[in-house]
Design a protein around this ligand. Structure first.
Ligand code: IMP
Ligand code: MG
Length: 174
């Protein structure tokens, strides 16, 4: 698959993605039974993951979305990011953050700090993808879909320069 100037090759196919997402969903159903969790997806990348995992969630729960807005262009190099769009009161709520990918871990660490400051009863992370070799800060991740090599990936919500989100599989840079 080609996006702009770059060639990508398949990394995780649709069937494997869906099977693993179903497994995580069922685990969350039993872990959060009677806790009425609030799922919070981090836009934009998590939109497909959230849509698909919610189809497996059968316990009473709510779902919402936030964005992390960068103060400047150097977002990926660790600038402070502001959490925007959270309308729910998360005080005493059991929050499950749904993320597409954890790379350096800086984005999710910022999100977790801000949720804990707001008095959530618990905050856990479910990430579809994790690049263990790229982590720059320790992150406590409760649910991980797939650990992947430290290579750039696109598809299934993840983008390369805004493009490539609209695929059913995940591809990695050749
Ligand atoms: P982190 O703060 O470095 O962990 O990066 C988190 C965010 O960067 C993710 O939510 C993605 O939006 C983006 N990102 C990190 N790695 C990739 C990748 O390989 N492809 C596309 N987006 C990525
Ligand atoms: Mg993201």
């Amino acid at each position: 698959m080609k996006i702009k100037d770059k060639e990508f090759t398949i990394l995780i196919n649709e069937a494997d993605l869906q099977q693993r997402i179903g497994e995580i969903g069922r685990t969350i159903n039993s872990d959060y039974k009677d806790k009425k969790p609030l799922f919070i997806g981090i836009l934009n990348g998590s939109f497909m993951f959230v849509a698909d995992i919610m189809k497996h969630i059968s316990i009473p729960s709510e779902v919402s979305f936030i964005k992390m807005a960068s103060y400047n262009e150097m977002a990926s190099s660790g600038t402070v990011k502001e959490l925007i769009g959270l309308n729910e009161n998360i005080f005493k709520r059991h929050v499950v953050v749904l993320e597409d990918i954890i790379d350096s871990g800086l984005t999710i660490s910022g999100v977790l700090d801000q949720f804990r400051e707001r008095g959530a009863a618990s905050v856990e992370v479910a990430t579809l993808l994790l690049k263990p070799d790229a982590l720059k800060t320790p992150v406590d991740i409760k649910y991980t879909g797939f650990e992947i090599p430290n290579k750039f990936v696109v598809g299934y919500g993840l983008d390369y320069d805004g493009l490539g989100r609209n695929t059913r599989a995940i591809y990695q840079l050749k």
